[in-house]
Design a protein around this ligand. Structure first.
Ligand SMILES: [Zn+2]
Length: 279
């Protein structure tokens, strides 16, 4: 199994979003560009996506920013507001340098969207779902039913136009005992690709555990924002359910400390650079 860790541009957020500011504990409005607190101490974080090649399967995890965020490869306020609306723009700004959008990187690997057997969406927040339309010709595009439910329950947290005309297929987790709440799905039926529910950040948040030869790689999406999140148990600044987010972080920690864990990766870890893992 080969896992390519790709980065599709960057996201600019308040420092209090990835790592809770215990002293201040700001609300989302205070983390936005509307507040002085939100304008101060903003940090650029990478936006990851992953391409897994396993046997004949090509599986993509998340889609990163769409080219529409930076039509000329540069920071473009107007293009972003058009793509995600003002509210989301005020919370997180994006940038995709030339050649770094997901489809551009896939094309460089000679992979067309229709070659992808699965696109797995860990969740549907803007910085993960923005590129969805660019891979809409993939064979199957999967998101957990719990995540799609969240988009209806909390529409303000999402930009549903990002999947307009995209055939999103939902899946349910099984009660397997795997994961922070014991729910997972064995995608291919051979134990190689496990989709594991790690709720908290969103209800349907999905980690991807890739198993081969007794070893594994864990892609924990926004279950934490860096290695230090699980090492020092630092929760993110916002979560739909803080208690569950901590429970999921504890599971990520437990998995990451296992001897046969080859790598354990957060989507937005500033210390992770694009690389290839052979498992
Ligand atoms: Zn994210």
């Amino acid at each position: 199994m080969r896992i390519r860790v790709l980065q599709t541009g960057k996201v600019y957020v308040s420092h209090a979003l990835p790592f809770k500011d215990a002293a201040k504990n700001p609300n989302p409005l205070q983390m936005s560009l509307l507040s002085l607190y939100g304008r101060r101490n903003r940090i650029w974080l990478p936006v990851s996506a992953y391409l897994i090649e396993h046997g004949d399967y090509k599986i993509l995890v998340d889609t990163g920013w769409h080219r529409a965020v930076s039509p000329d490869g540069e920071y473009n306020r107007r293009a972003q507001v058009k793509h995600m609306g003002l509210g989301h723009f005020l919370l997180n700004q994006g940038l995709v340098p030339k050649g770094e959008s997901l489809v551009e990187q896939l094309a460089a690997l000679n992979i067309a969207p229709e070659d992808l057997d699965f696109v797995i969406m860990t969740h549907l927040h803007t910085d993960h779902a923005s590129g969805l339309k660019s891979v809409k010709n993939a064979k199957r595009i999967l998101v957990s039913a719990a995540e799609l439910d969240d988009t209806k329950k909390y529409p303000i947290r999402y930009v549903s136009s990002m999947w307009d005309g995209v055939k999103l297929e939902t899946f349910d987790f099984n009660d397997t005992g795997v994961g922070s709440v014991g729910k997972s799905l064995d995608l291919l039926g051979d134990g190689s690709v496990e989709l594991v529910n790690i709720p908290g950040h969103t209800s349907g948040l999905t980690a991807v555990k890739l198993n081969s030869g007794g070893k594994f790689v864990l892609l924990f999406s926004d279950g934490g924002y860096a290695k230090k999140s699980w090492q020092d148990l630092i929760p993110p600044g916002t979560a739909l359910d803080e208690e569950l987010a901590l429970k999921s972080l504890l599971w990520i920690r437990e998995m990451s400390l296992q001897e046969n864990c080859v790598e354990s990766l957060a989507n937005h870890d500033p210390d992770v650079v694009p690389h290839v893992i052979t498992l």
